[in-house]
Write a protein of this length. Structure first.
Length: 311
């Protein structure tokens, strides 16, 4: 697809040298925002929807989200990657989970850790409190000034819902103690399957507004004075061999159908199963076994005083 320069400022770095990538169709779901344009910034690497969705409507949606909307997964690879980092940090820790939902991750922390959360959903916040999580508020602005020395702050599958990623991560990094770690997981827009399906990838849920890659996190870390301690792709969900085979077959069928469409021969098989069904698919089937998520750990610089003590 030919990229066209559009007069849209990047929501991350404010560059006006942004590029139009195509139209992202509205998906079925709880939040309806209409079709949007996907814009990519060649300066920082972020991709984002334009125009911006109705943020007030989104906030209301999240506030009224039930604690049963998303399951408390016993297995989430990003949770265990984070726990593997945390167990090597000096204990006990003060850990803040930004967008903690019902506190599933915080409940997995070693005993003795102080558990804090920020969460919009009133229902999920209530469950988190029952689990021993201290909810500090719905947004960063609600945090009391005394909470500014966290050892670790986590953000799992949250940043893609934000339209102010730089401001949000900068504010969170200020809440870390010197040497503290900010852990983020999100989709990776540079993963192979995403690049093969640039406008039809499953990850374009209506609530997802911004899309990231390793390049953006390097750009942000340099800008914010943080060090990238860990950056890796991972498979988010637990999958079975049979489930993987089924998903692979569906994705292969989708790709073959799209090839028929591009070759203008789809009309000859439009009435033949399964093409009669797959020709109507607008979203590429998900292949859960493929590493299409990013896990990033950003470390705040140690203070000079701490360095001298270590020496």
């Amino acid at each position: 697809m030919d990229e066209t320069i559009v007069a849209v400022k990047c929501i991350s770095c404010a560059s006006e040298n942004t590029r139009f990538e195509g139209i992202v169709s509205q998906r079925p779901g709880r939040f309806q925002s209409g079709d949007s344009t996907l814009v990519q910034c060649p300066v920082c690497g972020i991709r984002f929807r334009h125009p911006v969705a109705d943020l007030a409507a989104l906030e209301e949606l999240y506030t009224n989200t039930a604690h049963t909307t998303w399951p408390d997964d016993d297995f989430r690879r990003d949770h265990y990657l984070a726990l593997n980092l945390i167990r090597y940090m000096p204990q006990p820790l003060g850990v803040l989970d930004f967008g903690c939902y019902s506190g599933a991750f915080l409940c997995k922390l070693p005993s003795g850790c102080r558990r804090y959360g920020i969460e919009l959903s009133e229902s999920a916040s209530a469950v988190a409190r029952q689990r021993g999580v201290e909810i500090l508020g719905k947004t960063i602005k609600a945090i009391d000034a005394k909470y500014d020395n966290f050892d670790c702050i986590t953000m799992f599958d949250v940043i893609e819902h934000l339209t102010t990623p730089v401001e949000t991560l900068t504010s969170l990094s200020k809440l870390l103690r010197p040497g503290g770690t900010l852990i983020i997981s999100t989709g990776d827009s540079d993963s192979l399957l995403w690049r093969l399906h640039p406008m039809s990838y499953y990850y374009y849920y209506n609530e997802h507004l911004t899309f990231y890659n390793a390049r953006w996190f390097r750009w942000f870390a340099q800008r914010a004075g943080l060090r990238i301690a860990v950056q890796r792709r991972f498979v988010r969900d637990k999958v079975t061999f049979g489930g993987t085979l089924r998903q692979f077959a569906l994705l292969a069928l989708y790709d073959f159908t799209q090839m028929l469409y591009r070759c203008r021969v789809s009309r000859f098989v439009a009435g033949v199963f399964p093409f009669s069904k797959t020709l109507r698919w607008t979203v590429a089937p998900q292949l859960s076994a493929f590493p299409d998520h990013l896990f990033v750990a950003l470390q705040k610089e140690e203070s000079n005083e701490n360095r001298h003590c270590d020496d």
